[in-house]
Design a binder for this molecule. Sequence first.
Ligand SMILES: Nc1ncnc2c1ncn2[C@@H]1O[C@H](COP(=O)(O)OP(=O)(O)O)[C@@H](O)[C@H]1O
Ligand SMILES: CC(C)(COP(=O)(O)O)[C@@H](O)C(=O)O
Length: 310
Amino acid sequence: MSSQRATAFVPGHVTAFFSAHPAGDPAVAGSRGAGLTLADGVTVRVSAPADAVDGDGNDGDAVDASDRDGGGSDATDGGSRTIDGEAGSIGAVDDVLAELDATAADVAVETDLPIGAGFGVSGAAALGAALAANHAFDRACTENDLVRIAHAAEVGRGTGLGDVVAQARGGVPVRLEPGAPGAGELDGVPATARVEYVTFGELSTETVLDGDTDALTAAGEDALDRLRADPRLPTLMDAAREFAREADLLVPEVAEAVEAVDAAGGEAAMAMLGRTVFALGTGLSDAGYDPEVCRIDAAGARLVDGRDGE
Ligand SMILES: Nc1ncnc2c1ncn2[C@@H]1O[C@H](COP(=O)(O)OP(=O)(O)O)[C@@H](O)[C@H]1O
Ligand SMILES: CC(C)(COP(=O)(O)O)[C@@H](O)C(=O)O
């Protein structure tokens, strides 16, 4: 049965450490590393125009974009695109919609997370758009197909390497081999925890990934070896701190917060790639900060029903 509206939720993902592995094929390119997925994430609502869902996997010429009211949209040839109610789009989302022949959709991205601050919002929006558009347009893709499409879009735009596969899994994903399903390989640290975070601002993922990533990648491989030898959260946090120092990515506000949490007896690290510090338990509040609070996400990306996305 075809459904014309669908909503997906995708957890945020803070990368603790990573190594970059470029490749000609964006489904094969990606990162190794580890991080935490968060119960705070991104909700994506997709509506397909009535004449775009024909159940044979092809909306083709049935949709004349010029007939549609593009109010509130800055999309060039399709339905409306909003981020938290304001007109705006994310490149990886546009590419996912094009791949699914679903540019006619109205797409609303909603999140309480800051964009560009290391929470993988662009990857989450891309994966959420893939899950919801597949359902709304009755495209009959599998989950692996949709993860591959979102991963390739995110890598192609240079806004992430490993967030999408991690967000699809949930929990504490360990990316053992880079790339989308079929190429990559995932494991996880079986753990749950309260997570606190404070954001001081954005850090351009595109700029870091476009630069020399050799030192970063060497540090990321060392960190992954440490975690594989001792797959527990405190080791992940310690490996993350060492990675940030060795890769020379620490920014002063984050370094100060990580030290303050350590002095108060807690565990904190920098979220790659953003001016963001995250801590386990009450680490940041114990150090005198006023953090956002959530938990490690248990389920990974999923379609959700109901008007409120609950
Ligand atoms: N309000 C916004 N602030 C920052 N980036 C935005 C915003 N709206 C759209 N974008 C797009 O979202 C993407 C953010 O990617 P990235 O820096 O990897 O952030 P994140 O860590 O949240 O994934 C960029 O492609 C950027 O152009
Ligand atoms: C660290 C990063 C390359 C970017 O993460 P973000 O800035 O959150 O999009 C991530 O995708 C990863 O591979 O671990």
